[in-house]
Design a protein around this ligand. Structure first.
Ligand code: PHE
Length: 449
């Protein structure tokens, strides 16, 4: 451990940008709209909002605080706190599991982010203009079935991530996010306006917000809880490592409130940018993962300036993915730097090589290795499902219980008001020790089934 050399974020605002960058990702722009589309629209949106507030945000507070009070890599952080506060050293297994989860997520995420790279190119070269829906579907199938195209795009994405991480916490990650996030918000704003002007905004609003309790099924509840954890980036100790670069006086609770609100707004606005176009083109909202790569280009193909706006959409997706993938790479680089004698550059190469290998394997499962099955899963689905539906919730469970056992009110410098502080801390502990474990166990059992 070399605490003296540890970098810190410049300000509260820069921490908010980088953490919002980690939270806002493919989960918001790609996954949220298609999950909402396939899970009854408003039913999913409302249960998801509920879980963000009562489970995911309290867990994010816990993770960041664990990082802030330990100020080192996640494994040493768990070791340090468990030793100091009389708990078993085996709790550090949660951080090791987190590292494995981050690597697996990084691998499959790079493939999807790679699709956005490919589609930026297709949009910019006017490839969708005037195509029939069948040809757009054909374009998607031929893109996925090309090992060269999918691998090249994924490797490009991993390389972009690593170049940024290479420059370190302040000069790399912070500087990138302080540019990427405002740019992302601006592009999203333009797209929502475009979508409302040219598409069916009213129908989209109804679809996303009209309350119909009959649509809230157990399946909707379970997928919205899983998604709430994924989108707020909790369960893999990524936020813990970002928290470890915080200065001691930063208020975690206030930061999390801003991050959670921004993350939710981005997801909702992504829905409001996509669905008006889907509805006005007469397409189904329940398209699944192809919603952005098939339905959206279909909606754009016959529009004036369609190629320009399609390209903007994929740039939005790329920015969101890039700011999140920094939060996969940095905790891994940090771990290897502090646990071995590797320099930042060495650790970045190492993490990069491992991820390129993993991403290539995932990309090949759409083409050359499409027939490879592990039980019933293809390789990509196995990596994506295992990491997000099983490992991430298990990690979140561990973090929740550990935080409930070791964190103290005094770890929250901001809880100065006596009665409010005691009440708030009590409520957080109840979530960490009771509510979150119960809810996560339900998600997990479902994930395993
Ligand atoms: N929150 C990111 C997204 O929505 C994904 C993520 C998961 C980031 C876990 C960090 C840790 O895409």
């Amino acid at each position: 451990m070399k605490p003296a050399k540890r970098e810190h974020w410049t300000s509260l605002l820069s921490f908010v940008w980088v953490s919002t960058g980690a939270a806002v990702g493919l989960g918001n722009i790609w996954k949220f709209p298609y999950m909402a589309g396939s899970n009854g629209g408003s039913a999913f949106v409302l249960t998801y909002l509920f879980f963000v507030v009562i489970i995911a945000a309290p867990l994010m507070i816990a993770e960041i605080t664990l990082g802030k009070v330990t100020s080192c890599n996640a494994v040493d952080g768990f070791l340090k706190l468990s030793k100091e506060r009389g708990r078993s050293k085996y709790w550090s297994g949660v951080a090791l599991l987190g590292a494995l989860t981050l690597w697996l997520v990084f691998c499959f995420y790079s493939v999807v982010a790679g699709w956005s790279v490919g589609y930026i190119y297709l949009g910019a070269t006017n490839a969708f203009a005037g195509l029939s829906p069948e040809s757009i579907q054909g374009l998607w199938v031929s893109f996925l079935s090309s090992p060269q195209a999918t691998i090249l795009c994924s490797v490009f994405f991993v390389a972009m991530t690593l170049v940024i991480v290479f420059f370190g916490v302040k000069k790399g990650i912070e500087r990138a996010c302080v540019f990427l996030m405002p740019a992302l918000l601006m592009v999203l704003g333009i797209l929502v306006i475009f979508s409302f002007v040219t598409g069916d905004g009213i129908k989209a609003i109804e679809f996303l917000f009209a309350f119909d309790p009959a649509k809230i099924t157990p399946q909707v509840i379970i997928s919205s809880l899983g998604h709430a954890l994924f989108t707020l980036a909790v369960g893999a100790c990524a936020m813990m490592v970002y928290g470890s670069y915080l200065k001691k006086e930063t208020s975690v609770i206030k930061s999390v409130a801003i991050i959670a609100v921004m993350d939710t707004l981005v997801a909702l606005f992504a829905g409001l940018a996509i669905f008006p176009l889907i509805f006005s083109a007469g397409l189904s909202p329940a398209q699944g993962p192809g919603l952005m790569f098939v339905s959206l280009p279909m909606a754009f193909s016959s529009m004036p300036f369609g190629s320009f706006f399609a390209t903007l959409f994929f740039i939005l997706l790329f920015f969101a993915a890039l700011s999140s993938s920094l939060s996969f790479a940095e905790p891994l680089v940090d771990l290897f730097m502090e646990k071995t004698r590797m320099s930042r550059h060495g650790a970045t190469y190492f993490v990069g090589t491992m991820t390129v290998v993993g991403a290539i394997i995932c990309a090949l499962s759409f083409n050359l290795w499409a027939d490879v099955r592990i039980m019933t899963w293809g390789i990509f689905d196995l990596v994506a499902d295992l990491s997000t539906n099983i490992l991430l919730p298990v990690g979140a469970l561990g973090i929740a219980i550990f935080s409930g056992l070791v964190l103290r009110k005094s770890d929250f410098g901001e809880l100065t008001d006596k009665s409010l502080g005691r009440w708030l801390f009590g409520a957080l502990r109840a979530v960490w020790l009771i509510l979150a474990p119960l809810a996560i166990l339900v998600v997990l059992v479902n994930g395993i089934i």
